[in-house]
Design a protein around this ligand. Structure first.
Ligand code: GAL
Length: 662
């Protein structure tokens, strides 16, 4: 099944903002798009004030002409609703729809995303322009995809205004029905917070000291849902008025903490993601792989669309380091390897004005004489040769539990150590597996696990009783589970699971934590097998588990540090300190072996290897992030060069190869 029914190639293109340019430029745009092999552009993402210059007065002439021009050139359109950037007239008329920050500051409008997600005035205005666009462009032959809004929650994830407060109370009434249930869930007996009337409840705004954590968790849920309601409103209008064309929006996996994308996964017709490298990080290609795997996982394993990445530097990091020659191609093919069926950029032509004029583009300020342009044209030609990958899927053998609620909970105030960090642990375990060439799916803790020989639970602080039972069944059925410290501690209301830590996982792990022993900044503990940990340690009492390594020093000297417990037909590992690098890799390696995974392939850990499979066979995608050439075993046909391969193929330093395996 094609990702986008109206498009019969790997999608290639980017955000196209014709409203920023005189119409004479459009002709050149389209000619150059064809030269680069562009087949899909996202149009109108921030064009609201050009489409509706004053409330209820519309100007669609320019968009009509632009879409017709694109269509004549054979370029398909992903038409956006422009609702991420309300025009100046909107806040002028509705000043109380401007977002308010945590400390009560009302924000201005001379930017984008300046609206409160719960504002009824915003909802009306956004529905108005969405309806006009849907009616006008329903059936337009160029439009193959709808792009609702842009990056929900990117700059206005959480609003703290009185309108949001009222919406929060409504949301709470829906969740708890009566105040007694809310008081119990929030533990309001603590610090005299018992509510006697719904009207007394406020958002968890800045207060003299630590704010009720359960209230903060619910505010995070409410805020994610407020954006989801805005998406649903637009999607439903588009489905009704312009049927037959899929509707999506661009996610920000895994860098957006504020949106619970598991709740959004089933709401979009296809999953699209934006990814930007953290330019100064040496291992940013591993972070890219993590985000791509998380995107595929949210897409339920189906192909997805890379809606935005950059051809080179971005414009919003402290130092906007440019990509090296060849990096744009490696990044693009790495996304493709992990299930993307399209590679798009922000943006087509670099802007002359505005906040993002120093952001790279497909067509730089310097035009077609530039390195970036040459690489963009080459990539377009290569993607044209990889069309056979479309619709194929990736099979993972390891699952990492990922839960936005756990992320929110773990990083609230007054945890036993400020160095408990969700992303850090996810990335550490992911990296260990990546370096062993393992392919990873991310799963919600309550999602099916039976197909994974190995499940890893990094930083799973918040775990519901249902999730814990589910993990227990997985292990008893023969699975291998690896759990990191400070997991299974609280339920969905941030209330401690009773009976001693880690309450939700105690029986499964065969131990209790007698005491948390967080380490001072910079301190390290040695284990008796030579490994060292930092940040955290615990005094464990084994109740059936067996120690694999003990602490050699530190506050738990002589006590177990890493354990293994047999349960049913499976086993559960536990690590009670923060291991990194090779020390952590040794542990994931042990668990992988016991899970029955094949030994890691004997290739440098800078060689990224992923397989996609489909009716046409299997495809081995190799991306060499190292600085020496390497040979990957395999036979078949290399698709970029068209060359036959017998026994092995060379991937040059910094290069990419795609083998159609025979
Ligand atoms: C994205 C956004 C784009 C552009 C880009 C720059 O977050 O969707 O519109 O601003 O960042 O990197």
């Amino acid at each position: 099944m094609a990702l986008i029914p109206g498009l019969d190639a790997i999608a290639y293109g980017g955000d196209y903002n014709p409203e920023q340019w005189p119409e004479q430029v459009w002709k050149e745009d389209v000619e150059l798009m064809r030269e680069a092999g562009v087949n899909l552009v996202s149009v109108g993402v921030f064009a609201w004030s050009m489409l509706e210059p004053s409330p209820g007065r519309y100007d669609f002439g320019w968009l009509d002409r632009n879409l017709d021009l694109l269509h004549r050139a054979g370029i398909a359109v992903d038409l956006a609703t422009p609702t991420a950037a309300p025009p100046p007239w909107f806040l002028h008329r509705h000043p109380d729809a401007a977002p308010v920050t945590h400390d009560g500051t009302r924000l201005g409008g001379a930017a984008r995303q300046s609206f409160c997600p719960s504002s009824p005035a915003y909802a009306r205005a956004a529905a108005g322009i969405t309806e006009q666009l849907a009616r006008r462009y329903a059936g337009h032959p160029a439009v193959v995809l709808w792009h609702a809004h842009n990056e929900y929650g990117q700059a206005n994830a959480t609003c703290w205004c009185p309108v949001s407060a009222a919406a929060f109370r409504d949301w709470l009434r829906g969740r708890y029905r009566d105040l007694d249930a809310l008081n119990a869930a929030w533990g309001t007996a603590f610090w005299s917070q018992r509510y006697g009337d719904w009207a007394e409840i406020q958002p968890p705004v800045l207060a003299p000291t630590a704010v009720n954590p359960a209230q903060q968790l619910d505010y995070a849920r409410f805020s994610s849902d407020a954006h989801l309601a805005n998406f649903r409103r637009e999607r439903d209008l588009l489905h009704r008025l312009a049927p037959g064309v899929p509707v999506t929006t661009n996610f920000m996996l895994a860098n957006c903490k504020n949106i619970d994308y598991w709740r959004w996964a089933g709401e979009v017709d296809l999953v699209a993601n934006d990814h930007y490298l953290q330019a100064e990080r040496a291992d940013n290609h591993i972070e890219l792989a993590l985000c791509a795997d998380l995107t595929r996982s949210v897409a339920g394993g189906r192909p997805w669309l890379l809606m935005e990445h950059s051809t080179s530097a971005v414009s919003w990091q402290p130092r906007n380091v440019a990509k090296e020659p060849g990096e744009l191609r490696r990044n693009s093919v790495a996304h493709l390897a992990r299930g993307a069926d399209g590679v798009m950029f922000f943006q087509w032509r670099a802007s002359r004005s505005g906040a993002e004029k120093f952001h790279s583009a497909m067509l730089p300020h310097g035009g077609t004489g530039t390195r970036i342009w040459r690489e963009v044209v080459e990539l377009g030609a290569e993607l044209g040769r990889l069309g056979v990958l479309r619709g194929t899927t990736v099979t993972a053998d390891v699952a990492l539990l990922w839960d936005w609620e756990s992320w929110w909970g773990l990083e609230l105030d007054w945890r036993p150590s400020r160095e408990l960090a969700f992303r850090e642990r996810q990335e550490a375990f992911y990296e260990a597996l990546w370096r062993d060439h393992r392919t990873v799916d991310f799963v919600h803790p309550e999602a099916p696990l039976a197909s994974y020989p190995l499940v890893v639970a990094p930083a799973s602080y918040l775990l519901t009783a249902t999730a814990a039972e589910h993990l227990h069944r997985y292990v008893d059925g023969g699975g291998t589970l690896l759990v990191s410290y400070f997991s299974g501690i609280v339920d969905e209301h941030d209330a401690v699971h009773p009976g001693g830590h880690p309450g939700a996982l105690r029986d499964l792990l065969g131990l209790t934590v007698d005491e948390f022993l967080p380490l001072p900044a910079g301190a390290r503990v040695r284990l008796d097998d030579g490994r060292t940990g930092d940040v955290w340690s615990e005094r464990l009492v084994l109740r059936g588990a067996q120690a694999l390594a003990d602490y050699a020093d530190g506050p738990a000297a002589g006590q177990p540090a890493i354990t293994r417990h047999s349960s049913g037909r499976g086993r559960a590992y536990y690590v009670s300190t923060r291991l990194t690098g090779a020390d952590l890799a040794a542990l994931t390696g042990t668990a992988a072996r016991e899970a029955g995974l094949p030994a890691p392939v004997d290739l440098p850990d800078t060689m990224e290897l992923v397989r996609r499979r489909g009716d046409a066979g299997t495809f081995l995608i190799a991306v060499n992030h190292g600085d020496t050439d390497a040979t990957v075993p395999g036979s078949g046909v290399e698709l970029i060069s068209g060359a036959p391969v017998a026994g092995g193929f060379r991937v040059s330093a910094g290069g990419v190869r795609v083998l159609h395996e025979s």
